[in-house]
Design a protein around this ligand. Structure first.
Ligand code: PLP
Length: 372
């Protein structure tokens, strides 16, 4: 059976280490804030080369805690891509802030700095670049724009952990560590996934790190003293122990995804009906998703054709944010042409760390036969 993501085979390869790590936590009874959480935090700080990692319960919480700790106030505007997962905008609305949705680049699917600039008003306080499908937003011009307009840059790094952004001077930085604050998710199918829910916030700023920790922990500065309104958002010790094992494999997992993507690319190069994922010169792509654009032909018919052959494919994302019922009243009307086009033409094929050329050949044959 072909799966979008094969967590079972991945687990079988690391079973001995995972089982031992989980059983150790169970035996220790340190289920909440046990040593594994602190150890994972330190190891992730080293991996990302960032001063502070604040573990939390999931990637959506990570975004919410970031916005709370930055002191964003009801009515403040936060710029987000219209082509993204709902979590990005959801927490903005939940906090009484206004999500301002902008169109994306037709090749990279990320927000171009020119469109962000056009959306800035006197109420704009932050921008959330989403490194969609595993490739960094072009951060250098965005940081520059943010500096000039006094905006916070909150990176939604849920899909791109392990990726690099490359500055004009050649300096490389891990995605999620470039803005004022970054958020990520350890949802099982993410590039660094645990076996339940998990997330983290990253920041180079010590004062902000302290506020983030406080907000994530009931607004508490020391036990039973609550200085600000907070939330309860923790990474479980068991999940941290699993993530410690998997973090050691993250670079190999990224390489496996990149190899699978290159294999698809080579096969689809000869099909003019499809556009393969664009690669930026100034970022690595960690392929959380392998997303094609169907240039000619019916995307939904292709998906059905594949399904009939037992090949799964997903549409990330079928509906622009502003057309979602929950967000329509944040929208003045009109459409964003690239987002509209992408929602109708993208299709994501299976990609994961255990994909073999033999399975990819089956998937590729399925796609080819649709256009034959
Ligand atoms: C998965 C994801 C999130 C949310 O992560 P959860 O851990 O599921 O809350 C946020 N933003 C993007 C872009 C995501 O892909």
């Amino acid at each position: 059976m072909i799966r979008m993501v094969d967590l079972k085979t991945q687990y079988e390869h690391i079973k001995a280490d995972i089982d031992q790590a989980v059983l150790e936590v169970i035996a220790s009874t340190d289920y909440i804030n046990g040593p594994a959480v602190r150890q994972f935090q330190t190891e992730l700080e080293a991996y990302l080369n960032v001063e502070h990692v604040i573990p939390c319960a999931n990637g959506t919480d990570a975004l919410q805690i970031a916005m709370m700790a930055l002191g964003l106030k009801p009515g403040d505007e936060v710029i987000v891509p219209a082509f993204t997962y709902v979590a990005t905008a959801e927490v903005i609305a939940l906090l009484g802030l206004h999500p301002i949705m902008v169109d994306v680049d037709p090749n990279t699917f990320n927000i171009p700095v020119e469109l962000v600039e056009k959306a800035i008003t006197p109420r704009t306080k932050a921008v959330v670049p989403v490194h969609l499908f595993g490739q960094s937003t072009d951060m250098e011009p965005l940081l520059d724009l943010a500096r000039r307009h006094n905006l916070f840059v909150i990176e939604d790094n849920a899909q791109a952990i392990g990726g690099d952004y490359i500055f004009a001077d050649g300096r490389r930085q891990k995605t999620g560590t470039i803005g004022h604050v970054g958020s990520t998710s350890f949802f099982p199918s993410k590039n660094l996934g645990c076996y339940g829910d998990g997330g983290a916030i990253t920041t180079p700023d010590g004062d902000l790190a302290q506020r983030l920790r406080m907000v994530a922990n009931h607004g508490q500065s020391r036990q039973y003293y609550h200085d600000v309104i907070g939330v309860n958002s923790r990474l479980d010790s068991i999940q941290a122990a699993i993530l410690r094992v998997k973090l050691k494999h993250l670079d190999a997992y990224v390489a496996a995804r990149q190899a699978a993507a290159a294999y698809y690319d080579a096969a689809f190069a000869e099909l003019p009906q499809l556009a393969t994922p664009a690669r930026q010169h100034n970022a690595t792509h960690v392929f959380h998703q392998y997303t094609l654009i169907v240039r000619e032909g019916d995307r939904d018919a292709l998906r059905q054709h594949l399904a009939d052959k037992g090949i799964p494919a997903m549409i990330y994302y079928p509906v622009p944010l502003y057309k979602q019922g929950a967000f329509s009243h944040y929208w003045a009307g009109g459409t964003l042409p690239v987002t509209e086009q992408l929602c109708q033409s993208v299709i994501s094929l299976p990609i994961h760390t255990e994909l073999t050329p033999a399975v990819q050949d089956q998937i590729i044959d399925g796609v080819r036969s649709f256009f034959a």
